[in-house]
Design a protein around this ligand. Structure first.
Ligand SMILES: Nc1ncnc2c1ncn2[C@@H]1O[C@H](COP(=O)(O)OP(=O)(O)OP(=O)(O)O)[C@@H](O)[C@H]1O
Ligand SMILES: [Mg+2]
Length: 347
């Protein structure tokens, strides 16, 4: 006698294509019937290409047929009529979308100093370069570095409707915790205060129409980061890692964080992949390929790698990201390729 729990357990092995989460945790399985070794399962997708439907069906059938004592399996996968034929599926529907903002994406890292803010800033500029309307939300309470990297010295102004108007540079609208810190003096934030501020940064800011709002989370995967992920209505998360950290399992912490708050993981970016010496030698300072290998292991998308380029650091210090100052250079192209991959993933 096969129980419903056994069937669910078997279906947990089936991941939603392109995501690390399984179809059960996504809540796609609507009906399960079992009698005399015959199993019938019905699933409902909220979106998805014919390819996705077929893959889920095939993998589910395979998982169920492997159960002992099963002699017949019927899996029905329903997708909305006229469902997406191109683009990526978005099985997670944000509960409280922000009007005017199409996609909200968090950029996270298991550890500090891996180049998360550099990546956020350059991806924002790269998406703008590709023609999108982009906002950037710097949630780093410990060291908000994004205003400097974006060359933004103005503070937000207040509109007649009493909304905050974000300053803009390089075509990107920015809100930052740094705007609330006077000079260099660190501010002692209390948890609820941070959440309330961030909430206002999303809802009480005049973002206008945005294709993407990128959210730079504070480094790490602790409680503060978790609460932020719950405060901002995220469509997905991206993890930035160095090759070394990926091999140390730090990426897995990032994945676990997003899974805890039901945010789909869009993919991994490997930063500081290698350095090309002036004589052309390739030096892999932090090792190489750890990000790709971990993405494969965890069955998530690998967006690409960013080598170490001196101009990336200089551009950040000068407030003109390399994607803006030298869009044709390899350093900028690395970010632009990743932005293209991200855009495609988001549909
Ligand atoms: N690919 C790269 N090539 C050269 N320098 C880089 C690269 N990525 C980041 N850096 C430099 O490394 C330093 C740290 O980067 P960044 O501030 O983006 O890291 P972070 O992960 O946001 O750090 P934090 O944890 O402090 O928020 C910066 O000086 C930045 O310019
Ligand atoms: Mg940072």
């Amino acid at each position: 006698m096969i129980t419903e729990d056994q069937i669910k357990e078997a279906l947990r092995a089936v991941k939603y294509p392109g995501y690390s989460r399984d179809i059960i945790s996504f809540g796609l399985v609507k009906e399960i019937k079992a009698s005399n070794g015959a199993i019938s399962v019905s699933m409902q997708l909220t979106s998805g290409t014919a390819e996705v439907v077929q893959q889920i069906k095939t993998e589910s059938e395979r998982a169920l047929k492997a159960l002992p004592g099963v002699n017949a399996v019927h899996v029905e996968v329903k997708a909305p009529a006229g469902g997406q034929t191109g683009g990526a599926p978005n099985p997670w529907q944000s509960q409280n979308k922000v009007p005017g903002i199409q996609r909200v994406v968090a950029i996270a890292s298991g550890k500090g100093g891996v180049g998360k803010s550099t990546t956020s800033v350059n991806l924002a500029c790269a998406l703008t370069h590709l023609g999108a309307k982009v906002g950037l939300l710097d949630c780093d309470i410990y060291g908000p570095s994004i205003p400097l990297m974006m060359g933004i010295h103005d503070r937000p102004t207040v509109s007649p409707q009493e909304k905050l108007v974000p300053p803009v540079n390089h075509g990107v609208k920015l809100m930052s915790m740094g705007f609330l810190i006077e000079g260099d003096s660190p501010v002692i934030w209390r948890g609820p205060m941070i959440m309330k501020t961030i909430q206002q940064f999303v809802t009480a800011v005049e973002w206008g129409q945005l294709d993407y709002l990128l959210v730079d989370l504070p480094p790490g995967t602790g409680d503060a980061q978790l609460s932020l992920c719950q405060t901002v209505p995220l469509d997905g998360g991206v993890i930035v890692t160095t090759p070394q950290e990926a091999s140390l399992g730090v990426v897995r912490k990032g994945i676990a964080m997003f899974e805890k708050v039901n945010v789909p993981i869009l993919g991994i970016i490997e930063n500081m992949s290698y350095f090309t010496a002036p004589n052309g030698d390739r030096i892999e300072i932090f090792g190489h390929g750890g990000g790709h290998a971990e993405a494969t292991r965890q069955n998530i998308t690998f967006f690409g790698e960013i080598p170490i380029f001196t101009e990336i650091r200089i551009a950040g210090d000068e407030g003109v990201p390399v994607v803006v100052s030298a869009p044709d250079k390899p350093a900028a192209q690395a970010f632009i390729h990743i932005a293209e991959a991200l855009r495609q993933k988001l549909g």
